[in-house]
Design a protein around this ligand. Structure first.
Ligand code: SR1
Ligand code: MG
Length: 396
């Protein structure tokens, strides 16, 4: 549903969001509505509209023409709102219970009207507060297998796959990832952000020729391997979770890229929790890491065996080659994510919220060390247990 004439972008206020909710007839025109801007991400406004009398809620998300985290000096395409809504719809074809329902969109206003998920909690916040999300790895493993298989050449006719790859061309948002994940943290650039106590560790990364070569190879994969329709920013802040439910939100970075990227970003954001936790609590996260991969690999295998359109699907060793490459790539991408969230522009609360200065610095050094090891050892990672071993060895 399109709600406006093509040239009418203006950023919404809470009052305007209420009006809009009535215009699209999501509520009766006499309904008493309240609205709160609840967005805590880096880029967008998120308005939650509520009718107190019925308890009914919905979300209006609006992209701003610049990055909220930086300000108007960093302009950003509004097209990302359409990409996000269309990725949600496309992924929703395969995993309807794991993404929010999209009720309406408007390209000119750059808004998506969607299901409210406030009965759930952002997974990152919950994990930081020690919450257990028993379904998290099962659901994300399934989400990854279904969305990535069904949008790849293994699951689609090549014409449809190439049509989708063109539809989801997302150069501006990809450039952010190319810079923030694959380039800037590995050079001494102004936008990097880290405590003075990490200066030596950051310089060691900038001077590590072996590491730089491997990051260059990973960046090349990200730039060139149009394998499946990715979420593109699958960190734990892009996931709502609860005791019995998981929903993946925010795919505005969606594009056709290497399957291992989504897998690796999610694993990296669990790895932050293995760094900040001890004992059994750490083990819970290790179990989530192992289960994510196991569920992904077994669901992907089943889809391959039952639905693949690839002529070589029964060729001995081919599926194993594909899964082996996804794992090695994921391990490498996870390493880049650990490093960029530690010394790059955009951080994670898992590390930044640690108040004790010595502890925080020591965890950050460990994140850098773990990231480096994952990148360098990714080709030797034959199983998810090998990744868990690398995490253990990198503990300071
Ligand atoms: C300016 S955008 C910084 C980061 O926020 C998004 O969630 C992406 O992870 C991006 O790299
Ligand atoms: Mg986001």
């Amino acid at each position: 549903m399109t709600l406006t004439a093509p040239t009418t972008y203006k950023s919404l206020t809470e009052e305007a969001a209420i009006e809009l909710a009535k215009t699209i007839q999501a509520f009766d025109h006499t309904a008493q509505l309240t609205c709160r801007e609840i967005g805590d991400g880096n880029l967008n406004y998120v308005f939650q509209i509520e009718e107190a009398a019925t308890g009914k809620r919905l979300i209006i998300k609006q992209a701003l023409p610049y990055a909220k985290v930086i300000g108007e000096s960093w302009p950003l395409t509004l097209k990302r709102a359409t990409i996000e809504a269309n990725v949600l719809k496309k992924h929703g074809e395969f995993v309807p219970s794991l993404v929010p329902a999209v009720h309406a969109t408007d390209e000119a206003l750059a808004i998506t009207v969607m299901e409210d998920l406030s009965h759930l909690e952002i997974a990152r916040e919950g994990l930081i507060n020690g919450r257990q999300f028993p379904r998290l790895s099962q659901d994300i493993g399934e989400y990854l297998a279904q969305t990535l298989f069904h949008t790849s050449d293994y699951g689609l006719h090549p014409f449809e796959k190439k049509r989708l790859a063109a539809e989801f061309s997302n150069p501006e948002l990809c450039k952010i990832t190319e810079d923030l994940i694959f380039t800037d943290p590995f050079f001494d650039v102004d936008t990097n952000d880290y405590e003075p106590q990490l200066q030596a560790a950051a310089e060691a990364i900038w001077n590590d020729r072996k590491l730089q070569l491997e990051v260059a190879k990973l960046k090349k994969s990200f730039l060139t391997e149009a394998e499946a329709l990715l979420h593109g920013d699958l960190h734990t802040g892009s996931i709502f979770a609860g005791p019995a439910e998981t929903k993946v939100i925010d795919p505005e970075f969606g594009f056709y890229g290497p399957i291992g990227f989504d897998v690796g970003l999610f694993l990296a954001n669990l790895i932050f929790q293995t760094i900040t936790r001890e004992g059994e609590e750490r083990q819970e996260i290790v179990a989530h890491i192992e289960k994510t991969w196991e569920v992904f690999a077994s669901s992907f295998t089943e889809l391959w065996q039952t639905q693949s359109v690839e002529s070589f699907k029964e060729t001995e060793g081919y599926l194993e080659y594909v899964l082996g490459k996804v794992l090695a790539d994921a391990v490498g991408f996870a390493g880049c994510e650990l490093i960029r969230r530690t010394i790059g522009l955009a951080h994670v609360k898992d590390l930044d919220s640690i108040e004790d200065n010595d502890k925080r610095i020591s965890f950050k050094k460990q994140a850098l060390q773990t990231g480096r090891e994952l990148i360098l050892k990714r080709e030797q990672t034959a199983s998810i247990k090998d990744l868990v071993e690398i995490l253990k060895e990198a503990r300071i």
